[in-house]
Design a protein around this ligand. Sequence first.
Ligand code: AHR
Length: 495
Amino acid sequence: MVKAVVHADWTVGTINRNIYGHFAEHLGRCIYEGLWVGEDSDIPNSDGLRNDVLEALRNLSIPVLRWPGGCFADEYHWKDGIGPRETRKRMVNTHWGGVVENNHFGTHEFFRLCELIGAEPYICGNVGSGTVQEMSEWVEYMTFEGDSPMANLRRANGREKPWKLKYFGVGNENWGCGGNMLPEFYADLYNQFQTYARNYGENRLYKIAGGANTDDYRWTDVLMNKSERHMHGLSLHYYTVPGTWQDKGSATEFGERDWFVTLRKASHMDELLTRHSTVMDRYDPSKRVGIIVDEWGTWFNVEPGTNPGFLYQQNTMRDALVAAVHLHIFHKHCERVQMANLAQMVNVLQAVVLTEGAQMLLTPTYHVMEMYKAHQDAEALAVHGEFGQYVIEGESGSLAQVGVTASKKDGIVHVSLYNLHPTEGADVDLELRGTEGAYACSGKLLSAGAIHAHNTFEQPDTVAPQPYNDAALQNGKLKLNLPAASVVVIRLEPK
Ligand code: AHR
């Protein structure tokens, strides 16, 4: 029996809504086909952006969207992506499949996308193959209201008013595809590049320095030591790869061992955040600088027969559980984690939406992000308990079988739970302490009876949330049964 106590009167921090952020790169079929089809497409669209995907994304209440990469950001030259589309420069996307990039989706189209889905833009500038001037002029183009060469160029391209831009990244994976730099060298470049990314008028940039790869704590130490006063956020990238980088494992064909290893690797995010945060505490004990986990998610072998450079993978209940595990960890570290961006939004890696021509489906990960959106900007509540153990023979480590996270906003408490066991349900005694009031209780369940369950274009609703009415709050206590491999969100609203 699992026991959990949720303290309705004990908040441990605010869950920044940006923890529910997304990432869209010029990679494979994410931007082109997945989001952008062009105004002349037969697929119904708004200003070239496909309506079905827009509607699905709007329903997620996405707070922030990172673009244009990723590795692509450090070879992207923003001036190639403005002006009349038919005259925009064509280039080769050398990182991702060597395909031609026609630059039809550029700065103006990105801001339009953000407007249409209600997300704040997060732009990543080019350090690896760009110049200080190029980055500086991009910020001027986007945010300067007065009379200047870049502001006038923006006007000539049809946009009179500057956009509001807060989140700005100075390069991506500078230790790897963004230039293979050492942290000392990057820190110097960061300090230089960010100097010329100006705050124009009332626009205030939140500057994000390129952070560590996984457990490179030295990188974090050097960046904090040399650049802390110039940054608002420091990024961290960590992907859940069940196998090796050479053979990552199939997205849909896996056994219990792969299931366990995947979830154990996903849980590693907790240790990474604890340790990077500890390093940051030495320089920033008040936690002013946020950790920005601007790339996270599963990374499997591509679907058989698809372009290896396009990173297209299916998405099963295993991805749903990986998503839930991450969100619980981000809530736990909400004092330091100010943003996280699932990689990536459509058709790439742990996507929330997959498309095929005019067809679209929502993945199990989509449903978790939708069910959990109620936690955005809510106060995280203290949770204690005994959560059971999930171990398997022959594999090291043990996982808590059940995860519980809770938050409160406007008096409404949401409790989210997952059960990692692939074949056994979990009985949970949940106590809501610190409140006397009566609550109306409702819920949603994501469970498909099989760990490999996923949605296809032929059967798009194999995995879909159902109402969960098995919970009733009596004298502050709830008895729940979580099916094997499931995610549940309970809403408790004062009567
Ligand atoms: O998300 C795919 C790639 O993973 C990104 O372009 C890069 O930043 C990371 O290595």
